[in-house]
Design a protein around this ligand. Structure first.
Ligand SMILES: Nc1ncnc2c1ncn2[C@@H]1O[C@H](COP(=O)(O)OP(=O)(O)OP(=O)(O)O)[C@@H](O)[C@H]1O
Length: 630
């Protein structure tokens, strides 16, 4: 359907050069405005300049790319992607400027970071005392806290910008050693991606200058979720000369405080540092009067109801316990799917037009069973697009790929040896990935594992000979699994392997479409997987079940928000902390409510059974936010 931009939207889309902040409420067309701005810039102005459009998620970037695919040479003239993806690209093409001769590999998994840190404690006498003697639980908690600390330091660009914070010697040692272990394996973690790109831009003004000239316009979506490092990166990119920056965001949808994000980078720093003009976008194009009234009650002055015309529905229902809450929702969904019609909804109601949201994934437990009983299809919306194989065979394959592209990767080499059930980690006299993988085969004892390894090695070999053989390599494994009696006797196991292969093929397809032939490398592909590639395969598969964070930016005709109890929503940690954390919970609830286009149903159980006692129900207080809503 062709949508005409409103007067105000058009004003932004067609605005002249200069810095601009669009403060826009939920459903006011932020994403649409940003997309149309890119289209307008590229089609109305001559020249070879490019547009940099930064989004917060891969999904948002995909959506934007899809909407702009009719724009001529869009791929050459616009970079549309997440900030991390942009930074990775910058490191890849200009890393040599700061001495990065070999593209580092991202260790994206929490578990990998934990192992790196354990190695630091193990090999460092002055630090070892912190993990020896502690109970397993305390050690886990300690490691978790240290990893969070390291991540936080990187988000504050520790070592790259001056701070007043005094750090004691041992903490500094820990931080440096953790980075040293990563570096010895030619690896970086997720936070380093921003840090390294920032380093290039501030230490090599010529590179920054080149990028400023290349990207004449910078557009940033969901700017309320920027953190310090990301904002500083944008500042470093733009310098003093470049001020064609458009930031679009909604302060009431700031929900990534745990990630160091703060709306003030958008509402205050950007406005002061760049002297940005502020434009408000309030008209709501998404939701019914009932939905907007609820959102307005939760956060006054957050949305504009004046132009809404469709009534819609909003209700709060108290249920006896989680089971009756699940039954209530499943029955209502069944009713909608059977009747297919509602006066306020155009066309037939299908499962894909319905979502059930919760603060965390545990609230859906009873509902899953009820939906199953009613044969209502549903799909979980994932928070991120990180892909991780489920089957051991593809886990081994992925580890081999990591070694192939980065022979210094000791961490994943050890993990591969463990999966191969080797008693000792062999010392191999080669530093070439494919040779390492070849020689490893000699150490495998189990004949079954050796068999599988032979196939995996064949696959690595074909991929190693040419990146264009990637699918061919996977087909070798597929053929083996389809003919091996071992797998035909264990169909569940076979199913996992086939699913993993399908997923890898799909990832490859998306990567191939998004990447030019000269940039296509196995190493780059692996790094893109680490940053998350959106597969868009959750479409048309049923009712969406999702946490609030996973549905940001999405919309559904009918939304259920379940589990609205104190301690669940708002989350118990935020209740304890109060202040900004509690305020962010309110933003979370606001995001949840405003996902609904027409009908909105909020539910909560009066009682719950705790996981450790299924006999005695415990009374639950309704969420404090419901007091605003009723
Ligand atoms: N000018 C317009 N006329 C009609 N519909 C519009 C217009 N602009 C946007 N819309 C529609 O309004 C809905 C919300 O738009 P969009 O998703 O861009 O808003 P948003 O501000 O990014 O929302 P949120 O921040 O809540 O995710 C979409 O269905 C979009 O197609």
């Amino acid at each position: 359907m062709e949508i005409r931009l409103s007067y105000k939207q058009r004003l932004i889309v067609e605005s002249k050069d200069g810095p601009m902040l669009v403060l826009a409420s939920a459903g006011s067309g932020k994403t649409r405005v940003l997309t149309e701005r890119v289209r307008y810039l590229l089609s109305s102005q001559p020249g070879t300049f490019k547009v940099l459009a930064l989004t917060f998620t891969n999904k948002a970037a995909d959506e934007m790319q899809t909407r702009l695919k009719d724009v001529q040479s869009i791929k050459d003239r616009a970079f549309i992607g997440t900030i991390h993806k942009f930074c990775l690209e910058l490191i890849r093409s200009k890393g040599t400027a700061i001495g990065i001769d070999k593209m580092p590999h991202i260790f994206e998994r929490e578990n990998d970071r934990r192992e790196i840190l354990l190695e630091v404690f193990e090999n460092n006498l002055s630090l070892k005392k912190y993990v020896t003697g502690a109970s397993d639980k305390d050690r886990q908690k300690f490691i978790f806290d240290v990893l969070n600390y390291i991540s936080q330091q990187k988000k504050n660009l520790c070592g790259l910008v001056q701070t007043n914070e005094a750090t004691d010697e041992e903490t500094m040692l820990l931080f440096n050693e953790y980075n040293a272990v990563l570096s010895s394996q030619n690896a970086i973690d997720f936070d380093d991606v921003i840090c390294l790109a920032y380093k290039i831009l501030v230490e090599r003004p010529a590179v920054a200058d080149l990028y400023r000239k290349m990207f004449r316009y910078v557009c940033i979506d969901e700017a309320q979720d920027l953190n310090f490092a990301q904002y500083e990166l944008i500042k470093a990119l733009c310098g003093k000369q470049h001020n064609n920056i458009l930031m679009v965001g909604d302060p009431n949808q700031a929900i990534y405080g745990f990630n160091g994000s703060s709306k003030t980078f958008m509402t205050e720093n950007f406005v002061i540092d760049f002297n940005a003009q502020i434009i408000q976008l309030a008209e709501n194009f998404r939701s019914s009067i009932s939905v907007l009234t609820a959102a307005q009650k939760l956060i006054p002055n957050s949305v504009d109801i004046s132009d809404a015309v469709i009534n819609g529905e909003f209700s709060i229902s108290e249920c006896q316990n989680e089971q009756s809450e699940a039954e209530f929702i499943a029955n209502k969904i069944k009713f909608f799917l059977d009747s297919k019609k509602h006066n306020d909804i155009e066309g037939d109601i299908t499962a894909e037009r319905i979502a059930v949201l919760g603060r965390n994934k545990y609230v859906f437990k009873s509902l899953e069973k009820e939906l199953g009983k009613e044969r209502i299809p549903f799909v979980y919306k994932k928070t991120n697009d990180l892909s991780e194989p489920v089957s051991d065979l593809l886990k081994m394959y992925d580890l081999g790929i990591r070694i192939l592209v980065n022979s210094l990767d000791k961490l994943h080499f050890i993990q591969l040896c463990k999966l191969l059930e080797l008693e000792k980690i062999p010392l191999l006299d080669t530093n070439v990935g494919i040779d390492k993988l070849y020689k490893l085969s000699d150490f495998i004892i189990s004949p079954d594992i050796k068999n599988e390894y032979t196939i995996l090695f064949e696959s690595w070999k074909v991929v190693n000979s040419s990146i264009n053989n990637f699918i061919k390599g996977l087909e070798l494994i597929e053929a083996y699994v389809n003919t091996s009696p071992h797998y035909s006797n264990d169909l569940i196991k076979k199913g996992f392997v086939i699913q993993d292969i399908e997923e890898l093929k799909a990832l490859w397809k998306v990567y191939s479409l998004q990447t030019t032939a000269e940039n296509k490398t196995l190493s780059n592909f692996r790094n893109q997987i680490a940053l998350g590639i959106s597969l868009n395969n959750n479409k048309n598969t049923g009712v969406t079940l999702g946490t609030v964070h996973s549905v940001k930016g999405l919309e559904f005709d009918i939304v259920f928000l379940m589990g609205m109890n104190e301690g669940t929503f708002p989350d118990y940690r935020a209740v304890k902390e109060g202040g900004a954390s509690l305020n962010e919970e309110k933003n979370n609830a606001f995001v949840a409510l405003t996902r609904s286009k027409r009908l909105l149903y909020v539910t909560y159980p009066k009682q719950k059974f705790m996981p450790w006692d299924k006999e005695t129900p415990v009374n639950q207080a309704p969420s404090r936010f419901l007091r605003n809503l009723s």
